[in-house]
Ligand binder design. Structure first.
Ligand code: T5A
Length: 211
């Protein structure tokens, strides 16, 4: 990729922590850097990816095997990278993606118990050397996130997992952040929105995304 490529920012966290709520705010911050910001999401972001999202989240595929779930996440990601993310970064745009591979480590790894090595093999195969420049993990207790998500919509196939599943997901996110502090930042999302957004500006500045 050329030296003038855009920045790749991803947003992560358990259900209901405020990823969607903060997306527009982060997009505006990224546009202040003078580059267009493409906002997208996973699973999804392309026609094929959105079709795979439906298969992954709707209830008629209850009992899907963990390996099938993992492979479908990466199938959607491969399409997303080829059709949207890499071309946008190469054209000099910033890309803001609501969830990416850290979600796979957290949900399919931590939540479902798939070995990290399998996930990292797929990560290397599908992404090559591409990793997000910054991943912002919005962190809040599981009860807080579930309560907020429950007020918004009925649970999908993954959201209906029990609290201990989401405790493992949260724990894995925090572990990832401690392994890669240079590119993964944790924000306390259990507080008022204004305080969450102050922390977002702080980490984006600290990681050199904002001047
Ligand atoms: N998945 C995804 C995998 O298993 N593996 C993978 O590799 C990938 C990529 C995707 C699902 O797929 C799984 C994970 C997910 O289960 P999704 O729609 O991307 O699903 O993710 P969700 O977490 O389900 O999205 P949600 O919309 O539930 O959560 P958000 O976006 O984090 O929360 P948001 O912004 O909608 O906020 C929820 C409510 O809380 C309020 C908001 O107003 C809203 O009502 N709120 C606050 N209230 C008080 N204080 C604050 N600070 C607040 N912030 C938000």
């Amino acid at each position: 990729m050329s030296g003038d490529r855009g920045r790749f920012i991803t947003l992560e966290g358990i259900e209901g922590v405020g990823k969607t709520t903060n997306r527009d705010y982060i997009q505006r911050l990224l546009e202040q850097t003078g580059r267009t910001c493409i906002v997208t999401r996973e699973p999804g972001g392309t026609p094929l990816g959105e079709a795979l999202r439906e298969m992954l989240l709707e209830h008629r595929h209850e009992g899907m095997s963990s390996d099938a779930e993992l492979l479908l996440m990466f199938a959607a990601r491969a399409e997303h990278l080829h059709k949207v993310i890499v071309p946008a970064l190469e054209a000099g745009n910033n890309v803001l993606c609501d969830r990416f591979t850290e979600a796979t480590y957290a949900y399919q790894g931590g939540g479902r118990g798939i070995n990290d090595k399998k996930i990292s093999e797929l990560e290397n195969w599908v992404q090559g050397e591409l990793r997000p420049d910054l991943t912002i993990i919005l962190d809040a207790p599981v009860e807080t996130g579930r309560k907020r998500a429950g007020q918004r919509s009925a649970p999908d196939r993954i959201e209906k997992e029990k609290n201990d599943f989401f405790e493992r997901v949260r724990h894995t996110y925090l572990e990832l952040a401690s392994h890669y502090p240079d590119r993964i930042a944790v924000i306390d999302a259990g507080v008022d929105l204004e305080k969450v957004q102050d922390q977002i500006v702080h980490v984006m500045t600290e990681h050199g995304i904002l001047a």
